[in-house]
Write a protein that binds this ligand. Structure first.
Ligand SMILES: NC(=O)c1ccc[n+]([C@@H]2O[C@H](COP(=O)([O-])OP(=O)(O)OC[C@H]3O[C@@H](n4cnc5c(N)ncnc54)[C@H](O)[C@@H]3O)[C@@H](O)[C@H]2O)c1
Length: 274
C-alpha cells in the first residue's frame, strides 16, 4: 500500500508509546485514524492530537483480550468510515520475572494481551479486508524478543515468538489478496511499557515491578514517534520485517549460526548411524 492520504488506519494500543507514534505518523500522512485502547482517556487524547495533524480520528475503548470488543472496534470503524486499509495489532504488555517465578496470572495476562489480542485483530479484521478487496495492510507488533531469548522476559518472549510465527503464516495465506502483512520487531523504544501493570486487570493481582535496568534501557530507547514513521515506511515498501534497530542483527545472526551448527552436528551423527 503506497498511497496513504484519505485511507483509514486502526491502531490498538494507540493511546501510548509506539501505538501513539503509529497513529500520529498515519495522521500526518493524511489517514483517518481509529485509536483502540483499553485506556479510553489516553485514546481520546491521542485522537485529538491526531486531528491536529491529520483528518478525522476516532477513539474507541477496546480491550483486545475480549474478542467481542475487537469485533465492535471493526464494526465502529466500518460504521464511521465505511472502509479500512491498515490494521496495527499493537497493544502489548510485559512482565519481567524469571520463568520459575512467573505466575500463571502473569502468563495469562501476557498471552491474552500480546498473543490473543493479535489473534482477535486478525479474526475480526482480515476477513473484512479480504471482502473489501482494496489494497490494505496488517501490521502485527512483535519485538526483537520475537527473535532473541531475553532473560527475565520469558513469557513476553514466548508471546512475541508466537507473533512472528503467526505473521509469517498470515503473509503466506494472504499471498493471493491485496492485503500486505508486516511484523514489527523493535528493539528498545522509550514508551510506558515499563509501567504496563497500570492496565493489568485487578483480578490478576499486582504486576511485579519491572527492574530498574530494564526501565533505564527503555528510557534510553528510540523515540516512539520515530518508530511510528518507520512502520509507515515499512508498509509503503511492503516490507514484511520491520526492524528499527539494525545494530541488533549480529545477535540474530549468532542465533541462526547456532541453529545451523546444530544441523551440521546432527547430519554428521545421523550419517554415522547408517
Ligand atoms: N517499548 C519497547 O521497547 C518495545 C520493544 C519491542 C516491542 N514493543 C511492543 O510495542 C507494543 C506497544 O508497547 P509500548 O512499548 O508502546 O508500550 P506502552 O505501554 O507505551 O503502550 C501500550 C499500549 O497498549 C495498551 N494496552 C495494554 N493492554 C491493553 C488491552 N488489554 N487492550 C487494549 N490496549 C491495551 C496500553 O493502554 C497502552 O496504551 C507492545 O506490543 C510491545 O510489546 C515495545
Amino acid at each position: 500500500m503506497r498511497e496513504f492520504a484519505g485511507k483509514v488506519a486502526v491502531v490498538t494500543g494507540g493511546a501510548s508509546g509506539i501505538g501513539r507514534g503509529i497513529v500520529l505518523a498515519c495522521a500526518r500522512a493524511g489517514m483517518h485514524t481509529v485509536v483502540g485502547d483499553v485506556d479510553p482517556v489516553g485514546a481520546q487524547t491521542v485522537a485529538e492530537e491526531a486531528e491536529l495533524v491529520g483528518p478525522r480520528s476516532l477513539a474507541v475503548a477496546t480491550d483486545v483480550t475480549d474478542p467481542a470488543a475487537v469485533e465492535a472496534l471493526a464494526d465502529k470503524t466500518w460504521a464511521e468510515f465505511g472502509r479500512c486499509h491498515l490494521v496495527c495489532n499493537n497493544a502489548g504488555v510485559a512482565v519481567a520475572r524469571p520463568l520459575a517465578e512467573t505466575s500463571l496470572e502473569d502468563w495469562s495476562w501476557t498471552l491474552q494481551v500480546n498473543l490473543m489480542g493479535v489473534v482477535h485483530g486478525v479474526s475480526s479484521f482480515v476477513p473484512r479486508l479480504k471482502i473489501q478487496g482494496e489494497p490494505a495492510h496488517v501490521v502485527n507488533t512483535a519485538s526483537m524478543s520475537g527473535h532473541l531469548a531475553t532473560p527475565l522476559l520469558g513469557a513476553y518472549t514466548a508471546s512475541k515468538y508466537a507473533i512472528v510465527g503467526l505473521s509469517e503464516c498470515l503473509k503466506l495465506e494472504l499471498d493471493d489478496h491485496p492485503v500486505g502483512v508486516s511484523v514489527l520487531c523493535p528493539g528498545p523504544v522509550a514508551t510506558r511499557i515499563g509501567d504496563a501493570g497500570r492496565n493489568r486487570p485487578q483480578a490478576l493481582g499486582q504486576a511485579a515491578p519491572i527492574p530498574i535496568e530494564l526501565r533505564d534501557a527503555l528510557a534510553g530507547g528510540m523515540d516512539a514517534e520515530r518508530a511510528g514513521r518507520i512502520v509507515l515506511r515499512g508498509i509503503a515498501e511492503d516490507e514484511f520485517w520491520i526492524f528499527s534497530h539494525p545494530e541488533l542483527q549480529p545477535a540474530v545472526d549468532a542465533r541462526s549460526g547456532g541453529i545451523a551448527a546444530a544441523f551440521d552436528r546432527w547430519r554428521e551423527w545421523m550419517a554415522g548411524e547408517g
